[in-house]
Design a protein around this ligand. Sequence first.
Ligand SMILES: Nc1ncnc2c1ncn2[C@@H]1O[C@H](COP(=O)(O)OP(=O)(O)O)[C@@H](O)[C@H]1O
Ligand SMILES: [Mg+2]
Length: 315
Amino acid sequence: MIPPTLEVRGVEKSYGETVALAGVDLVVEPGTIVGLLGPNGAGKTSLVSIVAGLRRPDAGEVRVGGFDVVGDTDAAQALIGIAPQDTGVYLIASVRENLAYFAGLAGLRKWDLQAAIERVADALGLEELLDRRAMDLSGGERRRLHTAMALVHQPKLVLLDEPTTGADVRTRRQILDLVRALAAQGSAVVYSTHYLHEIEELDAAVELIDHGRIVARGDVQGLIRDHGVSALVLTFDGDVPETVRVADAVVEGSSARIAATDPARTAADLLPRLGGDSDRLRAIEVVQPSLEAVFLSLTGRRYESDDEGEEVPAA
Ligand SMILES: Nc1ncnc2c1ncn2[C@@H]1O[C@H](COP(=O)(O)OP(=O)(O)O)[C@@H](O)[C@H]1O
Ligand SMILES: [Mg+2]
């Protein structure tokens, strides 16, 4: 029987008083993409680093292709390609030299190495830049090189830790497309991000992580179906009238957010009861269930992220 590409069992990790991982289990089969989604500080980088054998867990076990990452680090690492959260490229070396170094570490030689460099450069739009020094790349181009270095040897397990942070639109698209292509070729991919909309776009198997625990897992649509709540938002000029202050309403300023499985029906029920207050009604909004609503309903907190949706233009 083929073992899962990645098996994480009961992994715990603390830094002094800070509990970063409080018992995480995760199984990733070949050819699948797991979206590790969580706000800043959730434990994503700790988990990815432990899986890659770069940090040691306090408890638990990690197996990559059946090899124990702690006991059999070399064998496990040979199967892994990792792009850590912080970009690390050799600035004074060319794009080609950076890629050749990592392909060489993975044991690729001569024609195989050349072919591997060309394939990954092509997929990430680096083919025209192969002989340029990394220090002379734009931010987006450097991001793509950093990701290419993790993927050049077509690893069985791909670990990408927030690969699109600070990436321009084109870079993000190329990285997401390549992730899908790698999975289609049989790699297992762990893709960490704090961007909710990126996970919706990738349509990955979601592992929602918060305070070092997996709080939900499943496909995006399933999570939304099980935990997402749609709502009707009514905004008034002035105070929210009593007729709208129903049991499921949360009033904030001059708006009321009313959780409803069928917001249109709720609107049809409430609006005729407004009477004279209907003159003050300024906006009616139907909020569809989303991953954001899933997070809210599972943790009781809004999904905070300072730069959600931020697109930094390429330099
Ligand atoms: N080297 C470290 N020393 C102390 N605390 C750390 C260290 N690395 C991470 N942490 C803490 O562990 C928690 C999880 O961090 P991290 O794994 O980086 O989360 P994420 O990648 O999801 O933002 C955070 O509270 C963070 O401050
Ligand atoms: Mg991180």
